[in-house]
Every structure is written in C-alpha cells, then in structure tokens.
Write a protein that binds this ligand. Structure first.
Ligand code: GUN
Length: 293
C-alpha cells in the first residue's frame, strides 16, 4: 500500500509556484494578488482563510483579507464583489462559504467575474469545465486529479466510483474523471443518497472517491483489493484528548481499508492540503491570464 502524501505534494507545488513567481518578479511583473472575503467568525472558515493567506505568503503572492460581520447585507457584499471585479490590482478572489442565511450564495457566486473566479464556482467556469474548455477548476477536484497524476494512478478505462454529488466535489470530480484527458478517461459511477447497491458497486471499483461527509462510511468490505481510495471527508468529531476538542475524520474507515489498497489518502494530510494549493495555482493562472486571455 502506498500512502498518498498530499502534504508533501502540496509543499512541492507551492515551491514550484514560488519559483515561478520570483521569475515573474525578476522580469518586472507584479506579484499575483489573491483577495478573500470572509463574513462572520465561523471557526472552520477562519482556519481555512488563515491557511489561504499563509499559502499566499509561501508562494510569494500578495493577499488581501476583507472581513465583514454576520450582519453585512447582501447588497453590501455584492458591492464589495463589484469593486474587486473592477480592481486591476487583484488577479483573483474568493468569498469564503458558507455565508449567513440572509445572503444568497448563488447570487454571490454569480456576481464574481468568471475571469477572477479562482474558486471555479461560477456557472461559466463549471460549464466550461464540463465541455473541456480552459477554465478555473474548483480546488478540491483539481487537487484530487493532481494527486492521481503525481502518483501515476492509472485512470484510463478504470472503474471509478464517486460517492456524493455535491456541486463543489462530487459532480466536478466525476466530470474530470470521465473527461477525454489524462488523468481521466475513466468509467464513472456517481453514487448518492438515493442510490441502490452502494456496497456492491463500490466493491467493483478500481478507484473510489469518497466525498459525502459521513465519517468512516467506506468500510473494508466495500473495497476491492488493489483499489485506489481518495478520501475527501473532513468531519470534525469530538476528541477530548485534543486541545481543540475535536479531530478530523474522513469518509473512509482508514485503519481497515488501508491494508487492502494500492493507494490511499489519509485524513488529515491527503486531499486537504491540495485544495489550497490548487487555489494558489488558479491565482497564478489568473495573474498570467492563461485561462481568459
Ligand atoms: N468553504 C469550504 N470550502 C470552500 C472553498 O473551496 N471555497 C470557498 N470560497 N469556500 C469554501
């Protein structure tokens, strides 16, 4: 069994990006600039955004954090997005989700200029991805594809089961896995809450991508010997031995599944670190105007 070390791959990629940024700066260009809007004080969102700012430093990017309290109105937020859309000094920006209930996430996502949508959430980017056009691919799916590529996992003709059909992970990763590309070219089955025969279908899979947010869902009897298992789950479960009072648990029963696998990602340290790294890469692509000329 090979453990897929997302932390190491992410550190390698950040170093590659940083080297490219120094070349850009030496050639007289300005540093890529990522802005992030954070609304409220949700613990998870605070941590994610702080890690994104830290990753910007590691990559040599400029970053700007714009904070609002939970009470911010939808109009105020949309106006802030309009300013970032028009700010030539900002290459890309994100609005950290979730947002307070009185703000429409869909409206917010659609207000972002697709050329600056480094999260890849705008329908224009999602649509372009689904027909194989250059676009910003959202961070988690693109992180997963990068891990499969760097570990030379054979995807061509493989039976791939995606567990979960979220807009952020399940749907886009299924699209990428079936795309006429390498990695890609897989035969993809998407399983969700209304699916039948989940165990039997998983047991036929060469690759399982678990993204349903149900800790320990994928058990050893669902995994074919020699399969590759990618665990996207990051549920906080109570753990009194930790200072934080919780630990992250994946969607895979790692202890029992790992020994059956050819490749497996741990939680934490698998897909997680790759997501921020994909955001950094999208920001670099935005700065270089490589997606939208
Ligand atoms: N909340 C959880 N994941 C993400 C992400 O990738 N981007 C944004 N903007 N919010 C998130």
């Amino acid at each position: 069994m090979t453990l897929i070390d997302g932390k190491k791959v992410a550190d390698d990629i950040k170093r590659e990006i940083a080297a490219e940024v120094e070349e850009m700066v030496a050639a007289g260009k300005r540093r890529p600039h990522l802005a992030a809007i954070l609304v409220g004080h949700d613990g998870g969102s605070e941590t994610y955004v702080a890690n994104k700012v830290k990753a910007c430093e590691a990559c040599g990017f400029t970053s700007t954090l714009i904070r609002y309290e939970d009470e911010v109105t939808e109009d105020e937020l949309l106006a802030a997005i309009g300013r970032l859309n028009n700010d030539e000094g900002v290459d890309g920006f994100i609005v950290q989700l979730p947002l307070p209930r009185h703000i429409s996430e869909q409206k917010v996502i659609e207000a972002i200029d697709p050329r600056k949508d480094v999260d890849g959430f705008h329908p224009v980017n999602v649509g372009r991805m689904s027909i194989g056009l250059p676009c910003f691919v959202s961070a988690t799916p693109s992180g997963i594809m990068e891990l499969l590529k760097r570990y030379n996992v054979e995807t061509r003709g493989a039976n791939c089961v995606v567990l979960g059909r979220s807009n952020i992970v399940g749907k886009p990763v299924a699209t990428l896995m079936m795309q006429k590309a390498e990695p890609g070219n897989a035969t993809v089955t998407v399983l969700h809450s209304a699916s039948r025969n989940i165990k039997e279908t998983c047991a036929q899979a060469d690759i399982i991508i678990a993204a349903l947010g149900s800790p320990g869902f994928v058990t050893a009897d669902m995994v074919k010997p020699g399969a590759t298992v990618i665990d996207v789950g990051t549920t906080r479960v109570p753990d009194s031995t930790r200072k934080s009072g919780f630990r992250l648990r994946g969607d895979v029963d790692f202890e029992n599944v790992a020994e059956k696998c050819a490749y497996i990602t741990p939680v934490p340290g698998g897909v997680g670190p790759m997501t921020i790294c994909s955001l950094m890469r999208n920001t670099l692509l935005a700065a270089k105007k490589e997606i939208y000329k």
